[in-house]
Design a protein around this ligand. Structure first.
Ligand code: FEO
Ligand code: CA
Ligand code: CA
Ligand code: CA
Length: 654
């Protein structure tokens, strides 16, 4: 049987982007003039910006004063562009820390390019590093554990002889078990111990913390869905144990030292499209885009076949909590936080001590969520928080046209989340969180990616990466552009500074894209240079000085004349919405994982899928568009972590 081969960039487009939300939830559908006139009343500045795309709104919105404790960014801006290498601002070093295939466990063999080797791969650094978390050892910013997600695999770049290209087909019959199993071992995550000596970071080779987590690692399921009928499979009649985590995209660390790693496009791994209508819960499968048949694992692993194992897909799409300090610990899927295509888990300890997790569901027209724990965090005793994520309330966001918003609780028992709508208990609500959110009237967003709360200001930043499928009739105040190719960033201000409050205010920090093109409608501060604007915000991080840094996914020579990278973004005062380019990736790569050490002297970044092509311009193991970072003729491009430090020492960007 022939299977269509889809390069990963196409997978991302189809997997991450394809809309499955067919509800009539309020995208409001106001005509632009009505929408803007309402905004003008509240925020003349933003509305003016929206109407006159080349005008500067900043003088008007800069009502709030600069926080003197938060310095403006200070570094020589990098020139935007696109080539085979990575680049960092002058005065900084950007050194390769670890690459796909490098040793993680001390008994790992050396990397051999081109040949799938699951035994080796489960000991080596996985593919497509995404989220990075830094956990200081003894409070140090120069010695700690670094955790990395391995989101997905690009077999055409990893192995020899994988066909790719427009109109071409990969030969399904020839896909080997070795290849599938090596890809499964290249997924998941890594824990490495890192140290800075003489100014340079290295990976400690014999660390007792070193760990690989893969698509086969034994995990526990906890929270309201654990043990419920929808979670039971023939391999796990208890509904409480699952093998592996899939498509772990962004994530976050918790204040008690654990790693929250988020399963995103888990639908890609399941197949059975031709028989979906025979499946139980076919409507739910469709709402989650399952099966999308973008990987071939079901050929050798029946659990990925929705007809043979209909509940297996319900065991993915969760936030997984891992204790990096204990390599023997069992990762736990925390179902109370809901099941969807989780991007990240940006979090903050609320002023009342409860823990709040902000979450994006990365698909066109899907939602922004918030989880608030029932109990308060015990910062003095990290172990006391071990199951704090199992109890609490999951909410979904409604963004109203007047600049206010509401968090709608996904709580079983009150209409419409009751048995009449197929929700028999809270387990059903979290397993089908998207459908529960549909019924509550959540706002359909332009692909919510990472969300971060700034502890210095209390503001929350939502990256909305793009949505080219939104029509003019579907625009709304929070998603104001039809055919939104370049995305935008929302700023949420919780009412009374309370991250558990039922309501909030919001506004658009910036609409992204080239400000020189009037039809794009970008709203960067005019101080932003020709290098400083960007499209398609994806991950973000707030440094210990309270400043926002943004990583992008989707810039390229043909779309924006630049590769993806890290942009520093001012958020207050007269410079608000000015951004500045700090680092950029080689061609074909996406920028992931920005994470600072607590002293703000090191920025770790993850260069994901360097050299990835698409069906119009394929890039393969034999003929890649870059051989970053090794640049050796027999070596393919390798996703890698880069450690960025200031030459001569000091905080970054100060
Ligand atoms: Fe895996 Fe939404 O980026
Ligand atoms: Ca991404
Ligand atoms: Ca983040
Ligand atoms: Ca993305």
């Amino acid at each position: 049987m022939q299977r269509p081969f889809k390069p990963s960039a196409v997978l991302a487009e189809e997997g991450e982007d394809e809309a499955t939300n067919l509800t009539a939830n309020p995208t409001i559908g106001d005509i632009i003039s009505e929408r803007l006139s309402r905004r003008i009343l509240l925020s003349g500045a933003l509305a003016t910006a929206a109407m006159a795309v080349t005008a500067s709104p900043r003088e008007l919105i800069a009502a709030e004063s600069s926080n003197p404790a938060t310095p403006n960014f200070n570094f020589p801006e990098l020139a935007a562009g696109a080539d085979e290498r990575h680049h960092v601002a002058e005065g900084y070093d950007a050194d390769i820390l670890i690459r796909w295939g490098d040793k993680v466990l001390k008994d790992a063999p050396d990397f051999t390019p081109g040949v799938p080797d699951p035994e080796a791969q489960q000991r080596q650094f996985g593919y497509n590093n995404d989220f990075l978390g830094y956990l200081p050892l003894d409070g140090s910013s120069e010695h700690g554990l670094l955790v990395a997600n391995h989101e997905y695999t690009d077999p055409e770049l990893m192995f020899t002889g994988v066909e790719v290209g427009a109109g071409k087909q990969a030969n399904w019959d020839q896909i080997s078990r070795q290849q599938v199993d090596a890809e499964m071992m290249a997924h998941g995550g890594s824990v490495i111990e890192v140290k800075r000596e003489g100014g340079k970071w290295t990976v400690l080779p014999d660390s007792k913390y070193a760990r690989r987590i893969t698509a086969e690692t034994d995990m526990r399921i906890s929270g309201p869905a654990a043990g419920r009928p929808k979670l039971k499979t023939s391999a796990d009649p208890s509904g409480t144990r699952v093998k592996g985590m899939l498509n772990n995209c962004a994530g976050a660390m918790t204040p008690w030292g654990t790693w929250l790693t988020c399963e995103e496009n888990f639908n890609n791994y399941f197949w059975g499209k031709g028989e979906i209508n025979k499946a139980t819960d076919a409507a739910a499968l469709k709402r989650y885009g399952i099966p999308s048949e973008n990987y071939f694992w079901a050929k050798f692993h029946e659990r990925f076949d929705i007809i043979k194992e209909p509940n297996e897909a319900n065991r993915f799409g969760w936030v997984v909590e891992i204790d990096p300090m204990d390599p023997e610990s069992t990762p736990v899927k925390r179902t109370a936080l809901g099941r969807f295509k989780h991007e990240g888990a940006g979090n903050i300890v609320n002023r009342d001590g409860r823990f709040v997790v902000y979450q994006g569901d990365d698909q066109r027209f899907d939602y922004v969520y918030r989880f608030v724990t029932k109990n308060t965090v015990d910062l003095a005793n990290p172990k006391a928080n071990k199951d704090i994520l199992d109890e609490g309330t999951l909410y979904v966001a409604r963004f109203d046209a007047d600049g206010s918003g509401a968090w709608l609780p996904l709580e079983h028992g009150t209409a419409p989340l009751d048995a009449a709508n197929g929700f028999n208990d809270q387990g059903d609500v979290v397993v089908h969180a998207r459908m529960a959110a549909d019924l509550l009237g959540a706002t359909k967003m332009d692909r919510p990616e990472d969300i971060e709360a700034n502890p210095k200001t209390g503001k929350v930043y939502v990256m909305l990466t793009n949505n080219t499928k939104r029509t003019v009739a579907e625009t709304d105040a929070a998603n104001p552009r039809a055919k939104n190719a370049f995305g935008h960033i929302l700023e949420i201000t919780p009412d009374s500074g309370d991250h558990a409050a039922p309501t909030f205010r919001w506004e658009i920090l910036v609409r992204c894209g080239d400000p020189a093109k009037g039809d794009v409608g970008a709203t960067f501060n005019p101080r932003t240079t020709k290098d400083g604007w960007f499209g398609t915000p994806d991950n973000c991080v707030v440094d210990s000085l309270g400043r926002l840094w943004i990583a992008t996914d989707g810039n390229s020579l043909d779309k924006t004349g630049r590769t993806d990278g890290i942009w520093a973004m001012e958020t207050s005062g007269e410079t608000r919405a000015t951004s500045k380019l700090f680092f950029r990736v080689p061609v074909g790569a996406e920028m992931c994982g920005p994470m600072f050490t607590p002293d703000a002297e090191t920025l770790f970044v993850a260069v994901q899928h360097p050299g990835e092509g698409d069906s119009d311009s394929p890039s393969t193991f034999e003929n890649p568009t870059t051989r970053w970072p090794d640049f050796k003729p027999d070596m393919p491009p390798r996703p890698s972590i880069v450690a960025i430090t200031r030459r001569g020492g000091g905080k970054i960007g100060v």
